[in-house]
Design a protein around this ligand. Sequence first.
Ligand code: UDP
Ligand code: MG
Length: 147
Amino acid sequence: MLLNVQEKTLLLIKPDGVARGLDKEIVARVKNVGLKVERQEKFRLTEKSAADLYSPHLGKKFYAGLLKFITSGHLIACVVAGENAIASVRELMGATDPREAAAGTIRGDFKAENMFTSDGTIKNIAHGSDSLESAEREIAIFFGRIK
Ligand code: UDP
Ligand code: MG
């Protein structure tokens, strides 16, 4: 059972989502489930910040392609707050592979016909922190240490 805890999480609208103009729709979905968007800002990630963000994936076969993709254009970073914000944003996003993401989820509803970059990275529109620890670490990369 989920406890009703107030949390903050990092939601990213990745370069493919920004390029396709999906930011308003995604933010609307977040607000519709009662979560609050406390910060929202456009960024272009440096190589170093991208490596920080995805440091848990260092050494995996998709790591280099992922860094290339996440630095390929602007992204929109949001601090989302509310009850069970971490799990709720993950639920709104759906499965990592858009082909497996359920209808009604962001990745399921907006999956592109060509969802792979030239080196095989999955372009899946959004990112959401996967734990309290990740959320704190990831929010700090974009917004510094916030309360
Ligand atoms: N990714 C990929 N191929 C894979 C696994 C992941 O291209 O086999 C990319 C994809 O963009 C994903 C990101 O790497 O969103 C981070 O992977 P993770 O397993 O953390 O998935 P997420 O938490 O984003 O659902
Ligand atoms: Mg992840």
